[in-house]
Every structure is written in C-alpha cells, then in structure tokens.
Design a protein around this ligand. Sequence first.
Ligand SMILES: [Mn+2]
Length: 312
Amino acid sequence: MGGVADRFLPQGYESPVSVKERIMRIKKVKDIVAVEFFDDELDLIPPRDLKALLDDQGLKVSGINFNTHGRPKWQRGALTCPDEKLRREAIDGAKKIIDLLGVFECSTLGLWLGTDGFDYPFQIDYGRAWDLLLEAIAEIADHNPSVRISLEYKLKEPRQYILLGNAFQALYLIKAVGRKNVGVTVDFGHALMAKENPGEVVSVLAKENVLYNVHFNDAYREWDDDLVAGSTNLYETLEFLYYIKKSGYQGYVGFDIFPYRMDPVKALELCVMNTRALESLLSKIDLQSLEEAQKGGDAGLAHQVVRKVFFG
Ligand SMILES: [Mn+2]
C-alpha cells in the first residue's frame, strides 16, 4: 500500500507512506474488510492507536505476521537460529505477538520463516534444524491453544532453500508436531513456485482441516512475483478458487501483492474486480457435467465443460 522497494531500488518506488495513509488507501477499495500485517508495523505506531485507526475505517485484522526476515540478528535462522540466545528471542517474539492479538480481536499468528533454511550444501545439519523447528513451533502453539498458528511455506528467497518450502513439508510439520492449532497459509504464487498445483494443495489441506489462510496473487512461477490476482494464470486461478469454495473454507482470501510500478490502490481494486469476476465465472460451471468428467478422469470432457465459462 505504499513505499514498496526492491533490491534495485532499495529506497522505494515512492517515499515511505505513513500507517494512517496506507489504511486510508486500503479503505478506498470496496469489499476489503480486513488487513493483515507484519508485527514491525507496531514499531511505527502503538497497538491501541493502530486498532483505533482501523476501527475508524471499519477494518478488521485478519492476521498478524511475525517478521523474522527483516531483522539482521535472525539472518541465519530465527526459530532454528544456531545461536540459542537469538533463537530464544525469536520464540519469545512470536509469543509476544500472540499476547497482542487480543488487542486486535484477531486469532491468527502468521509465520513465514524466510530465514529458516540454508544456502549451501553441508551448511546445516537438516535433522537438527527440523528438530529445532518442531520444538519451537510446539512451544509457540502451546503458548495459547486458542490462537491459530498459520505457517506460510515458500520454496526460496531470501534463503536458497527455506525449510518450510512446500505444502507437504508444512503438512509433515503439522503431523509431526501434533498440535490442533497449527495450520497453513497457502500463497498462490508460492504454490506455483514450488511446482505445485494450487487447487490440489488447497483441496488436500482443507481435507486435513489445516487450511487457515489464503494469499491470493499471481506469478510466472520461477519467482514470487506477487502480481495482481487473476492477471496471469487464469485456468489454474479459477481451479484454485473452485477448490477454496468446494472445500467449505471459511477464512479470509487476502491479497499479497507487490505493485512496484503500479498505483497500489488501482492494483488492489484490480485484485478485487478479478476475484469477483472469477467467482461469477465459477458459478457458470456446469458442476454436474464437471463431476461426471472427473469421475472418468477425462481431461477432454473436463476441459470442454470449463472452457465454456471463458469462451461460451
Ligand atoms: Mn504471502
């Protein structure tokens, strides 16, 4: 919502934008009911002041994410940091956000662990790293079992390999840790990047009751492009939304985008317009014919059913 930067223009594509101005920008977009943010926003504004600003605009908080990637002390890992003192600070930092969620009437802590991973062969002992990760997630989950811990996987970046790189590594962690309040944030672009089919992932995670949050965007697959949702890969996007709906998912669909060279309000408006238009296309699919085609595993028949919503 403003001041977006990348490594080629680290000072940002526009001057930094205040929290209040960013909230006002969000409010300009119809149908946006909630915001999700990283905890470092709270370095700029006290929690109660931020809550008041959001209340003034009628916006809820869908989740707060713990920023471990933007703090140099955790460059070699946060929950798996080899320095036990810094690792303890990371676990306690997550718990501190959990304790703050009540202020925002929010029950979801997002964990995207961008630095918990490795860059080179032989750099870390994978078994030890996974033990540390499992122990840390268990401790964070047990801190308040009524808070949902939503793990956002991503194949790479900033690390060359992130430990939680795909949906099934996340699902393995959830099964191994055995806590009822740990689930997954599926980011459409992260799924593409991991060579996953986003619709399949949503379907399986929902079946396991661990689909906690959805980040909707688009990408060309090689990278986490964070493009406007519904702008690039239409069939797979339509299928993604189909399985979100079919699974009975009751959570938020959030837009996680980086509109570097685009007006952020316009980009967010386009996300909403595309989502609404895709929902309307979904309602036009002949579900009975689709299910018949799927029973036989016939791609030709299935495609014939779905293509009609695009081509009539
Ligand atoms: Mn995301």
